[in-house]
Ligand binder design. Structure first.
Ligand code: BT5
Length: 324
């Protein structure tokens, strides 16, 4: 039934000029007109405003900024990614839900989306602010044929997909900060958390946690991050439909993950470097062990950040926080 609702939404978006005939849709799906009417009522309950033209049918007047499956799926062009969506109004963290779903055999591309997270998390268990209704808080369960050593590159693959999606829907030019941040004018717009379920030699699932700030105003962020965080709304003064952005991310993600699995990391590396903001720059590197300065040179074939130390030696970094 999500399918029919998503189809209804897609067709109704053509507006008053081309209303959707309830009878025709009923015939196509082998349903009664009353069944179609019930779907229309359900959509109205979810906040959609739907008009009717007598004897002609339904059309969409306005849609809420909803992330419910049908709202997202009307924009999908993917084979698998997002074809199954579990929408949750509020939960501690979509990563936790995704881990359980993955263990229970969730299909490649299944997505867990929450309208609000009460305990969203970043790397090293840092908190991730996830205000209700303002951003995209989702976990994508992927099952690519990769070795566990290749898993960290998925963060970079996801970053490229996200930047592409933002470029599709805004005029902004985001940059990527290794490994997992997407920035606009130096402020953090999106964070990615890549987690793994694996045997020693085989990936079972990679769970890509994606947190995107979309329609927040500055006051929607906790005070401690107001000078480092930003949202699409803050940057362009205009809100973005979260459902459409979510679908664009999933469309691109599916494309780039298959590119990576089929052709290796080289094509992703090229794209990634074209968006990177730190290449050629002096950076400060903080790892759990120590903290030092160096010059960023690029990323390696396996996704490490390559830096040149002051004595000329080159080092490849697996995980760290970078300050430019
Ligand atoms: C990340 O960690 O950037 C990964 C964030 C992943 C969040 C998604 S949301 C869906 C899924 N479910 C989850 O529970 N998590 C994933 P890291 O690089 O460690 O950055 C964390 C730091 O970013 C924090 O210490 C804050 O300084 C800052 N921060 C927290 N919330 C933010 C926000 N909404 N926007 C920008 N910066 C934020």
């Amino acid at each position: 039934n999500t399918n029919i609702k998503s189809e209804l939404l897609k067709r109704m978006s053509a507006g008053i000029e081309q209303p959707v005939s309830g009878q025709q849709l009923a015939d196509e799906y082998g349903l009664s007109r009353t069944a179609i009417w019930k779907y229309v009522k359900e959509l109205e309950q979810e906040g959609y405003e739907i008009g009717t033209v007598r004897k002609k049918g339904y059309y969409l007047i306005d849609s809420p900024d909803s992330l419910m499956p049908a709202a997202v799926q009307q924009y999908l062009q993917s084979q698998n990614y997002g074809q199954k969506i579990e929408y949750i109004e509020a939960c501690p963290s979509t990563q936790l839900v995704a881990h359980v779903e993955a263990q229970n055999g969730a299909p490649d591309g299944m997505v867990i989306i929450a309208n609000e997270q009460t305990a969203g998390k970043g790397r090293l268990s840092r908190p991730w602010s996830s205000a209700a209704g303002k951003g995209i808080w989702m976990s994508v369960i992927t099952r690519p044929k990769l070795t566990p050593q290749q898993a960290p590159q998925m963060t970079l693959v996801a970053a490229v997909a996200i930047v592409r999606a933002i470029e599709d829907l805004t005029n902004l030019t985001p940059t990527i900060k290794w490994p997992n941040d997407i920035l606009v004018k130096g402020r953090k717009l999106t964070g990615i958390l890549t987690e793994l379920q694996a045997d020693p030699d085989r990936v079972k699932a990679i769970i890509l946690g994606i947190g995107m700030n979309v329609n927040q105003e500055l006051e929607d962020f906790p005070e401690e991050i107001r000078d480092i965080a930003t949202s699409l709304y803050i940057e362009q003064g205009q809100s973005v439909k979260r459902a459409e952005l979510t679908a664009k991310v999933l469309n691109h993600l599916e494309t780039y993950v298959s590119l990576y699995v089929e052709k290796g990391f080289a094509p992703i590396k090229l794209l990634w470097e074209s968006y990177a903001d730190s290449i050629g720059k002096r950076v400060k590197i903080s790892t759990l062990q120590d903290s030092y300065e160096a010059t960023a040179r690029g990323i390696s074939e396996d996704g490490r950040l390559e830096v040149v130390l002051d004595d000329g030696t080159v080092r490849g970094i697996y995980s760290a926080d970078i300050h430019i």
